[in-house]
Design a protein around this ligand. Structure first.
Ligand SMILES: [Zn+2]
Length: 197
């Protein structure tokens, strides 16, 4: 499922063109080519006391279809995610949360163990570390995850989480810019069969 999130001047929506991106004024954060990148970036953030990603899904997958034209061909109708000035405080809070999530996740560290038998590495986020033994996925030998057996700590930033964190910063900047301009923020979802980032 591919989503689009974008903003454009509110007056355009009084008499919208059949496809919204026909207008000149347009703001849209670039989404990385990862499955569900927008949903993943919003994970852990709240908007108006519900989970932001649940709001996204509820807007686009409810029984009542959204009322605005699609952003481009291959996409379904668009729905309001936020409208200035009413949603300004809530959207700015969401922008704050996204930045905090990105900071926290970028700084996350992992404790590393290695299977004594086959050498397979196991990196466990620090907040999930418990002294347990696991069965090695490669050789089925027991790996004791005890602190005195750990190889040490390392930063836990796999490429995908780096891309999601970068998207969180982009989204945050996008939300702030849209609200500064007074533009509504809209969302849309690709139609079945359409593949796009
Ligand atoms: Zn092993």
């Amino acid at each position: 499922m591919a989503y689009r999130i974008f903003a454009l001047p509110a007056h355009v929506l009084a008499h919208p063109p059949p496809v919204l991106n026909a207008v000149d004024d347009w703001l849209e954060p670039e989404l990385p080519e990862l499955e569900d990148s927008l949903v993943r970036a919003l994970a852990g953030a709240e908007y108006r006391a519900i989970r932001a990603r649940d709001r996204l899904r509820a807007l686009l997958q409810s029984d009542v279809p959204p009322e605005l034209p699609p952003p481009a061909e291959g996409y379904g109708p668009s729905a309001y995610f936020a409208r200035a000035p009413r949603d300004l405080p809530a959207l700015l809070r969401l922008a704050d949360q996204l930045e905090q999530l990105a900071q926290r996740s970028t700084g996350e560290r992992a404790m590393v163990w290695r299977c004594a038998h086959c050498g397979t590495r196991y990196a466990v986020p620090l907040h999930l570390v418990r002294e347990v033994s696991i069965r090695c996925e490669s050789c089925s030998q027991t790996v004791l995850m005890q602190m005195d057996r750990a190889l040490g700590e390392e930063a836990l930033t796999e490429p995908a989480s780096g891309a999601i964190n970068a998207l969180r910063y982009r989204l945050s900047g996008f939300f702030r810019e849209a609200m500064a301009r007074g533009w509504p923020v809209l969302v849309s979802m690709s139609e079945p069969g359409h593949r796009d980032a």
